[in-house]
Design a protein around this ligand. Structure first.
Ligand code: ZN
Length: 232
């Protein structure tokens, strides 16, 4: 799974991925580009161009809470070519992947063991590297007074399901392969990818919670890899 992190002073959200390196890519696959990176360390290299990925929630309370907060990103994800819909409620076992092509959402108290961090991961090592959805555990303390700026919260809420779809952090890495926090490419306006760790994305009230062009390029790359493999 991945983690999200926070600064000492305040807040949040980052994610780091758990490792299960199982490279599955062929020579024709592209797994990283400017401002985006694919979760190859979890064995994901592509996304299905034809299947519909369904976001589901562990409870009705969560469905009502998160549906309006995730909704603005859905048309962007669809425009990139990924079939994704927000669905209903189903049983979620955070220790086990659910039905294929479901992105299951639960809340846990500090799922990463750190204040303000959420966690998400794609189901690891799917057949042919085609992502089959995953699990998102949002930190429940966002709703109990944890200090987090609205844009960081909104961006985090969208960041995590994108991990489940197969995107990784595009942060620059040190010699040991560890991510430098916030070390991501930025636009001339200073906007970093939504997938940057521990936080990225737009900061304005109207744009927060939306993917940046870097992130949509990552989704398009996942689809391009499927096509390169002849996956329909
Ligand atoms: Zn993350």
């Amino acid at each position: 799974m991945r983690k999200a992190l926070a600064g000492a002073a305040a807040a949040l959200t980052a994610c780091a991925v758990i490792t299960t390196p199982t490279p599955t890519q062929a020579a024709t696959l592209t797994t990283a580009g400017t401002g985006w990176k694919i979760a190859t360390r979890l064995g994901v290299t592509s996304i299905s161009p034809s299947r519909t990925y369904l976001i589901t929630f562990a409870t009705e309370t969560l469905r009502k809470r998160y549906t309006p907060l995730l909704a603005p990103a859905v048309p962007q994800i669809n425009a990139a070519g990924v079939h994704l819909k927000i669905g209903g409620v189903e049983t979620v076992n955070p220790a086990k992947c659910g039905p294929a092509y479901h992105v299951q959402i639960i809340e846990l108290y500090r799922p990463m063991g750190r204040a303000g961090f959420s966690q998400a991961m794609p189901c690891p090592n799917p057949a042919r590297g085609v992502g089959t959805g995953g699990i998102v555990a949002y930190d429940s303390e966002y709703w109990t007074g944890y200090p987090i700026e609205p844009y960081k919260l909104r961006n985090t809420l969208v960041h995590e399901p994108l991990h489940a779809l197969g995107l990784d952090h595009p942060n620059r890495l040190d010699a040991a392969g560890k991510e430098y926090p916030y070390a991501c490419v930025a636009t001339s306006y200073g906007n970093t990818p939504l997938m940057c760790s521990p936080n990225g994305g737009y900061k304005t009230a109207t744009a927060m919670g939306h993917l940046t062009g870097y992130d949509t390029n990552g989704l398009k790359a996942l689809l391009a890899n499927a096509k390169a493999q002849g996956i329909k």
